[in-house]
Ligand binder design. Structure first.
Ligand SMILES: [Fe+2]
Ligand SMILES: [Fe+2]
Length: 161
């Protein structure tokens, strides 16, 4: 099913994260000499995009899905995935991930995204009304735009120096 326009900003971020996962999978097994660079890249991607993406899903998408009993087990699983991945991101930030853990992380992140795209988003597009999707879309647009501005500010200040 074609992605509903209200979910497109999240799907676009999924594409960015999947691209990182594919690069990690292609580079696996990760060489010891590349360990720090990969962890820096993972941590940077989390700060730039995934942190706000997880928050936006938890605040606006998962609660909308909770209105449909059939999605309850899936939402519980997705919440658990977020918790597991936040812990891995913190470890990447502290440069504590092993090569095997980096590969495992990439696999689980891409599985998580596929679950959201193929199960959650597909089903929400069928179950929610156009009006409900539009309300959620506006909330997502606002929170993602705020994040972009927050990211843009330090760069702008830097230019003025
Ligand atoms: Fe998610
Ligand atoms: Fe997501």
């Amino acid at each position: 099913m074609l992605r509903d326009k209200n979910l497109v900003p999240l799907s676009r971020q999924h594409q960015h994260a999947l691209a990182l996962c594919v690069r990690i999978e292609r580079a696996s097994p990760i060489r010891e000499s590349d360990l720090i660079a990969w962890q820096q890249e993972i941590a940077q991607h989390f700060r730039a995009e995934i942190r706000i993406h997880f928050n936006a899903e938890e605040e606006f998408v998962f609660p909308a899905a909770h209105n449909f009993a059939e999605l309850t087990p899936l939402i519980a699983e997705l919440h658990d995935d977020h918790a597991w991945m936040r812990a891995r991101f913190a470890e990447a930030e502290a440069q504590r991930l092993s090569a095997a853990e980096i590969s495992e992380f990439a696999q689980r992140l891409s599985q998580h995204i596929r679950k959201e795209e193929r199960q959650l988003f597909e089903r929400l597009q069928q179950l929610m009304t156009g009006e409900q999707l539009a309300v959620m879309g506006r909330e997502l647009e606002q929170v993602l735009k705020d994040a972009e501005q927050a990211c843009a500010l330090p760069a702008k200040e830097h230019k003025q120096l």
